[in-house]
Write a protein that binds this ligand. Sequence first.
Ligand SMILES: Cc1cc2nc3c(=O)[nH]c(=O)nc-3n(C[C@H](O)[C@H](O)[C@H](O)COP(=O)(O)OP(=O)(O)OC[C@H]3O[C@@H](n4cnc5c(N)ncnc54)[C@H](O)[C@@H]3O)c2cc1C
Length: 168
Amino acid sequence: MLRFGLFIYDHLGGRKILPGSETLDLTHHKVGEPLRREFRQGFAYSDGWVDDSRLTVLNAVDAAERGAAIRTRTRLVRAERSDRRWQLVLSARGNRETVTARGLVNAAGAWVPDVVAHRLRMTSSGHVRLVKGSHIVVRRQFEHDHAYIFSSPTIASSSQSRTSAISP
Ligand SMILES: Cc1cc2nc3c(=O)[nH]c(=O)nc-3n(C[C@H](O)[C@H](O)[C@H](O)COP(=O)(O)OP(=O)(O)OC[C@H]3O[C@@H](n4cnc5c(N)ncnc54)[C@H](O)[C@@H]3O)c2cc1C
């Protein structure tokens, strides 16, 4: 299952820079050295880091270059549909403004249900399943740049950019 998942991961992303995933013999590979002997096989894959605030700015700049009007620190207060157009009430720094739009994309992340219920005042049969992730940064633990993800839920450790999925 892990191998299959990594195969999809390798091919879905259109990998150009990072190396593809590989199967590791932990009894001979350096990644296996700090591990207990029962861990014999693992899989390694590469992932990237991005500065999310810069990525957001770059997306906004790209959209602006293609004609979008970017409104930062602007809240959608209300949205109503009439005559095939959306009437949007926006609030920025205490000032309210109404604009019209042909389409409305609800990309409010964790606030998608809030926008549906309170800004659009609609009921929706669709549900957004909210998940939460936590990252704990620790000191370097191993003499290599792999981080480990164990298939057991009880053991986990993380550090650098290349990840090894280990199954006993
Ligand atoms: C602790 C943590 C760690 C994560 N780590 C990773 C990671 O390592 N890799 C990864 O790929 N993903 C990670 N994620 C997930 C990633 O951050 C989200 O998947 C991603 O940000 C979702 O983007 P989005 O644009 O859909 O929503 P968001 O980034 O949540 O953006 C929604 C925006 O809508 C705005 N908004 C809400 N209501 C309104 C309103 N009424 N009017 C105007 N604006 C409104 C909000 O202010 C927000 O800016 C992590 C998430 C968390 C919480």
